[in-house]
Write a protein that binds this ligand. Structure first.
Ligand code: 4AD
Ligand code: MG
Length: 431
């Protein structure tokens, strides 16, 4: 007898198989018990009839949700069942039987309760498909960069200086001096790009964000790339290709999961047809003002403005050439218009917010020293970074893609706390 996973079940119709997993749900109609068995790859319906096997029926009747079991049985085609088959159960071995009811019910419960039980919640409903999609997103990112000749690298988490401004730093005591949790691996990727040419990493980053929105976490995963000799336009082309590749890979690999989430994949495909539109920050401000938004030059887009831009273009849209005053010290100024930077944010459709922040980097020592001073950052902490402009500096560009936001958009879910196994938020450190 072969041990199989639910995902493989359709290939074993007519055969006797072994399945290891958990009782997802149980229904009984007098003389028949329906046991839904889940194993992480999917859920299959098992059936036990009292008349066929009275003692098995008694065993099954005692099982509660999330009992762990090994079942044996024969797979039968059933066009009404999800996955196209049903398991006629012939034997059940109970591994562990919970003595209390499983806290997560298969009906609506409050978000606070669910988040307090996140370690159990992840077994149920749409959480499994979302986490499987997350797996595909990570793999798609790695495959994309590998296929484009990028070298995977890493950046440290413990750092001595800020990247994205000093207001969202988590500081820790590092043997008597102050260290910070990395907000981004960018500065280190710039160094490795000068060693290796084209580099990327996927890593956790930290922001002491006071924002309690559905788009903010305090710890999240970012995919960052840095490329020597790329300018701002090369950078945007790489980003749009990456985003389209991620979405297409997920649609191809995780059709069932997207179906479960009721996500319209035709819409997603349409959204990622290339190229993505580009507008300047100044154009975006005018567009928003014309449609009644109270916003002026120098303001960041809030959630309503991001949603409005998404509605207007129905695709991810690059907003480029922000005022330098709004952006970090490392961005190169537009040569013909020094008040603006060679940077773009990629704004998602449907109100999912900023997916990517990217820019061409300052590549001369003078400019960089000036910009550190303007942002009142201590030069000593950045001496090593200044060295990159002293020794063989070249034009280079890079970006960071927020993975949880990307997943939330692809899945069509409201809050990014469901797009990461264990969310860290301003008021959440448990479980
Ligand atoms: O725009 P950000 O701050 O860019 C950087 O950190 C650059 N140093 C990246 C680079 O050029 N290498 O962050 C990049 C992306 C955002 O566009 C957003 O998708 C996501 O990270 N992000 C967050 N996601 C969840 N929670 C938060 N608090 C986030 N802050 C940013
Ligand atoms: Mg940003």
């Amino acid at each position: 007898m072969t041990t199989i996973t639910v995902e493989e079940a359709a290939r074993f119709i007519g055969e006797e198989i072994i399945l290891r997993g958990w009782v997802y749900n149980k229904r009984s109609s007098g003389k028949i018990i329906f046991l839904q068995i889940r194993d992480g790859t999917g859920v299959v319906q098992g059936v036990i009839t009292q008349s066929d096997s009275p003692s098995l029926f008694v065993t099954a009747d005692k099982l509660s949700r999330e009992s762990s079991v090994v079942v044996e049985g024969t797979l039968q085609a059933d066009s009404r069942a999800p996955g196209g088959c049903e398991l006629k159960i012939e034997q059940i071995q109970i591994i562990q039987q919970p003595s209390e009811p499983f806290p997560i019910e298969l009906k609506a419960q409050s978000p606070g309760f669910l988040m307090d039980h996140r370690h159990l919640w992840i077994r149920t409903g749409r959480q499994v498909p979302i986490l499987r999609i997350r797996d595909s997103v990570f793999r798609a990112i790695r495959d994309f960069f590998h296929e484009h000749g990028f070298i995977a690298t890493e950046a440290p988490i413990l750092t001595g200086a800020s990247v994205e401004g000093t207001t969202t730093l988590f500081d820790i005591d590092y043997f008597g001096t102050k260290a910070y949790l990395a907000q981004s691996g960018q500065l280190y990727l710039e160094a490795t790009a000068m060693a290796l040419g084209k580099v990327y990493w996927i890593g956790p980053v930290f922001r002491a964000e006071r924002s309690k929105t559905r788009k903010h976490l305090t710890e999240f995963w970012m995919a960052e790339a840095e490329t020597a000799f790329y300018d701002h336009n090369d950078n945007m082309r790489l980003q749009e290709e990456l985003v389209a590749y991620i979405v297409e890979t997920v649609i191809d690999e995780r059709g069932q999961e997207l179906d479960y989430l009721k996500r319209d994949t035709a819409l997603l495909r349409e959204q990622v047809s290339l190229p993505f539109p580009r507008v300047t920050y100044d154009e975006a401000i005018t567009m928003l003002q014309d449609s009644g938004h109270k916003i002026s030059s120098g303001d960041d887009f809030g959630a309503p403005q991001e949603a409005a831009l998404g509605d207007r273009f129905r695709k991810p849209v690059f907003v480029e050439y922000f005022p330098a005053s709004m952006k970090p010290f490392y961005m190169k100024h537009v040569p013909e218009k020094p008040s603006r930077v060679l940077a773009a944010d990629l704004i998602a459709p449907e109100g999912y917010g900023e997916l990517i922040g990217g820019s061409q980097r300052v590549d001369t020592l003078n400019e960089l020293e000036k910009q550190l001073d303007e942002k009142k950052l201590p030069r000593e902490a950045y001496e090593w970074y200044l060295d990159l402009r002293r020794y063989g500096s070249v034009p280079h560009s890079g970006f960071g893609l927020g993975i949880a936001r990307t997943i939330a958009w692809i899945c069509g879910i409201h809050h990014i706390r469901e797009a990461i196994p264990f969310a860290r938020q301003i008021n959440r450190l448990y479980p």
